[in-house]
Design a protein around this ligand. Structure first.
Ligand SMILES: C[S@@+](CC[C@H](N)C(=O)[O-])C[C@H]1O[C@@H](n2cnc3c(N)ncnc32)[C@H](O)[C@@H]1O
Length: 227
């Protein structure tokens, strides 16, 4: 696996009293605070608009039929109902307020086996190879250290298991315009302006099984990987 720590992702050059290039652009506490605040509005703001990607991700999981699945950054639990009911599901997140909503969603799915836990995905308490499948819907660009998260996800996923990343990646002209339009709030919710597919996906030695554009104008990508 490529050691992405040599060139940390999501970092920008430091100028004057700006943060050092070795610091992540957001902290663990910052992410938790942002999503605690966003929690009451999250489903209204990001429910429908990001739903096609979640639907496609869940469809893929249903064809895979994994015995166990970890959803990293489960948020308010919007994807939970789409996973197969027979699967043992664990959802983790940093934000207590988002998790509270995910727990309510899980409770409304009595046929499913869902556990919701507060945990930082960059330092998980699960043993190696604990899950057949790990999903990362809209979380990779939000976490403070994406390369650390990838390292941990690969550790807790079985060898040859499936990892599904659903995220936007910078680079297209449309993203460039969008990023500029919402720059002040953007980084807090994960629209990092330097989040490139080449650096975040291709830099690791997992096997890319497929990539497809999802959501309006193909703004996000669904990336299926073999661990
Ligand atoms: C954009 S929301 C996505 C929520 C949900 N997956 C969805 O499909 O809408 C990102 C979520 O990831 C969580 N998150 C970010 N970094 C995390 C980390 N290192 N560990 C656990 N959760 C994290 C945030 O708290 C937030 O709830």
């Amino acid at each position: 696996m490529t050691d992405s720590r040599a060139r940390p992702s999501g970092h920008r050059a430091s100028r004057g009293n700006e943060r050092s290039p070795l610091e992540p652009p957001v902290s663990e506490a910052g992410v938790a605070r942002t999503y605690d605040r966003l929690a009451p509005l999250y489903d209204t703001l990001f429910g429908q608009v990001l739903e096609p990607g979640r639907k496609r991700m869940a469809e893929l999981v249903r064809t895979l039929q994994p015995a166990s699945l970890l959803e990293v950054g489960v948020g308010t639990g919007l994807a939970l109902g789409g996973y197969p009911a027979e699967c043992r599901i664990v959802g983790i997140d940093l934000s207590h307020d988002m998790l509270e909503r995910a727990r309510e969603r899980a409770a409304a799915l009595p046929q499913h086996h869902i556990a919701i836990e507060h945990m930082n995905a960059e330092r998980m308490r699960f043993p190696d190879g604990a899950f057949d499948c790990v999903t990362l819907p809209y979380v990779l660009s939000v976490t403070p250290r994406p390369a650390e998260l990838v390292r941990e996800v690969r550790r807790v996923c079985k060898a040859e298991g499936t990892i599904i990343v659903l995220n936007h990646f910078s680079g297209s002209r449309l993203w460039w315009l969008l990023e500029r339009a919402v720059r002040s709030a953007a980084e807090h919710v994960g629209f990092r302006s330097d989040f490139r597919y080449e650096e975040q996906i291709l830099a690791h030695d997992w096997q890319v099984l497929g990539v497809e554009p999802v959501n309006l104008f193909g703004l996000s990508k669904l990336v299926v990987l073999r661990n």
